[in-house]
Design a protein around this ligand. Structure first.
Ligand code: ADE
Length: 226
């Protein structure tokens, strides 16, 4: 099995994944794990910029789609395989052991880590097959979650745990999800930013976001509305 991790902090991931059981399994060739720095794929050759302010206003910065997309394409080129792409986000389904067991069956996973206020919604639409959360709380970025997913899945792969570490018999916010975020460019890969966010009409933007929050919560986490 191969797991790629796309992140702004590859050294953080490498540090964890070089240690202990997973580090040993990697060295032994039982599992292939590759960490990639999204900043290396910035089209901005001078400053290596990867984020910009959100369309429609608001706090924080949003990661732009293009560096992530270039990183994704390079992983396909390197691996000669199309990965199953997982975006780590507090909006995803919560990781369970059952889910880890299902992911173990997929030969190539790509874990995408967001930072700041998240990533431009269009890259999620473009490449993500699913979103996963590690719980109903907010981390500063997707790295810890990607590490949790990687660890939970890798340890289930053949040869990763020793016989004595065998897993076969072990046990086992209130409110709404956030609305989608968009940043420059205004059109990307044929996908446009919702016009209301370019209108400068704060009341309309606010209403639109509220509706999006409601719709997404109903769609993605109906249990939160119960
Ligand atoms: N990014 C920020 N918080 C997260 C969470 N709880 N799970 C996955 N990714 C995240």
């Amino acid at each position: 099995m191969r797991i790629d991790i796309a992140t702004l902090f590859p050294e953080m991931c490498e540090a964890v994944l070089s240690a202990s059981i997973i580090g040993r399994a990697r060295k032994a060739g039982k599992i292939e794990i590759c960490c990639h720095n999204i900043r290396d794929y910035s089209p901005d050759r001078r400053h290596h910029r990867v984020d910009d302010s959100p369309y429609g206003g608001g706090k924080g910065m949003v990661m732009q789609p293009e560096p992530i997309y270039r990183c994704y394409l390079d992983i396909i080129r390197q691996s000669l395989s199309l990965p199953h792409v997982i975006y780590l986000s507090p909006q995803g389904k919560v990781l369970t052991q059952k889910k880890a067991l299902a992911l173990r069956e997929i030969p190539h996973l790509l874990l995408l880590c967001g930072h700041y206020e998240g990533v431009d919604e269009r890259i999620i639409e473009k490449i993500a097959d699913e979103e996963l959360s590690i719980g109903d709380y907010v981390l500063t970025g997707g790295e810890l979650a990607a590490l949790a997913v990687t660890d939970a899945v890798a340890r289930l792969c053949d040869g990763v745990l020793s016989a004595s570490e065998c897993f076969e018999e072990e046990s086992h916010m209130n409110g709404l999800l956030e609305y989608p975020q968009y940043t420059r460019p205004e059109r990307w890969e044929g996908m446009a930013v919702p016009p209301v966010l370019l209108s400068g009409h704060h009341a309309n933007i606010s209403a639109w976001r509220q509706q999006q929050s409601l719709d997404r919560t109903r769609q993605k986490r109906p249990d939160l509305l119960e």
